[in-house]
Ligand binder design. Sequence first.
Ligand code: NAP
Length: 253
Amino acid sequence: MKLAGMTAVITGGGRGIGAAVARELAAEGAAVVVAARDLDRVKTVAESIERSGGKARAVRCDVTDPSSVHALASAASRQGAAIDILINNAGMAHSAPLQKITLEDWQRVFAVNATGTFLCTQAFVPGMLERKRGSIVNVASVAGLVGARYIAVYAAAKHAVIGFTRSVAAELEGTGVTCNAVCPGFVDTDMTKESVARVAVKTGKSPDAALAAMLASSSQRRLITPDEVAHAVLALCDFSGQRPNGTAVTIAG
Ligand code: NAP
């Protein structure tokens, strides 16, 4: 097991990519702390990991709220657990043409995707630096690397995550703590289902046709599975070899 004896915190772990990452890291021996706003969902994920023989705890956290992130850091390190791995996965999508974007939309999308990543990283890095060991993986998006129509806010927030990742990586260079990002295209989760439903309503297409158009616009042949993203995240947390630092790994399906 690659992560035996380690503890990992996964934000947005109640479903989708975050739940898959929590399962993957737990299967490799990490004790996982699964966090999101909906406590029932994170409890369900933690309980299913425990039933499969893994170690998991559920903690309620809103990553946009500094006091909630603080409480997560305290809860995660309860009983002296040192946090080796932080997966900043909590996020939300948004799509609208430029003139329909409200300031509130802009602030909400940045708060979850970008500010949440900043607050959690700042809360967990000091402990990692003390032990000279840590891995931070930020779940960005292909939208953090390229722009596309109608996703200006989401793409700007994910570009912010990539810039943050690269800059923090530069600052951490040589300390034993790394900071990387994964950049998936469309993944088979609730987030994509909601986007497909929105596009179908707006364009009058069937959900299947809307999904096909979305995939074609991003040159994807198929939806990526949450497990594929989880494998890429695990590779960036492998302490046994030389880990990269400051990379943004595309998972393009
Ligand atoms: P999802 O199914 O919508 O899940 C999002 C997760 O984030 C949920 O667990 C949600 O839980 C949590 N979350 C949202 N706001 C939060 C907050 N303020 N504080 C704490 N947790 C919060 O989405 P997903 O597809 O798994 O996406 C996970 C990540 O991958 C996101 O960062 C997303 O941008 C990124 N991504 C997704 C895709 C895709 O196609 N699906 C592609 C590229 C990148 P609560 O609502 O309970 O808080």
